[in-house]
Design a protein. Sequence first.
Length: 220
Amino acid sequence: MIKDNVRSFLSAMPKKNGYGEDITLLAAVKTQTPAAINEAIEAGVKVIGDNHAQEFRDKFDQINKDAQRHFIGRLQTNKIKYLLGRVDLYQSIDSLHIAQTLSDKSTSFGIVSNILLEINGGDEKSKGGFALKDAEKAFKDISSLPGVKICGLMAMFPATDDEKLIFRLASDVRKTYDELKAEDENITTLSMGMSGDWKVCVDAGSNMIRIGTALFGKRS
Ligand SMILES: *Cc1c(COP(=O)(O)O)cnc(C)c1O
């Protein structure tokens, strides 16, 4: 079932966005078993993303090495130890403090960790992330840290059926992304879109979509 879902999702998904950039499908694997995750990878998923640091560590060795592993959950400083050296990209860096802590711990570990800055696309109180208006300042502050490398932005949007609203918010994020990209060639990833809003996000210029429900079914 997962295999079929992944194959049909991949064949329906556009290969490129309106900027001519390849679109990457990330499978959001929270609560999924290693067997289910491996099934998705065998069907063509190249990137997986988990939200829970301990689960990430516990499942790590059981998951097919062909996929890149991203961390997409809220990062807590005391959980970084489970993730160091195992995460290809931390998508959810949502404060200067967490970036500094990750940078310090990465440096002690002898690595540079790849990160995205998380944007709170609808300025919702219930969600983490930088306000878009603060992204440039956060980029400047965090760029100077030696243990992390900023590779782009990740954004979350309100859960709403109002596609015009999502398109407008996602387009605003794309604009800021383009400004940062013009300053820094390492900026290549704009992660926007989940099962409910990925099409609108791709229309607005996303080049990575994070999909859980549409691949694995509803989470219990
Ligand atoms: C779970 C999750 C997703 C995927 O959500 P679905 O609606 O199940 O596709 C995407 N991004 C993040 C950060 C998530 O935690």
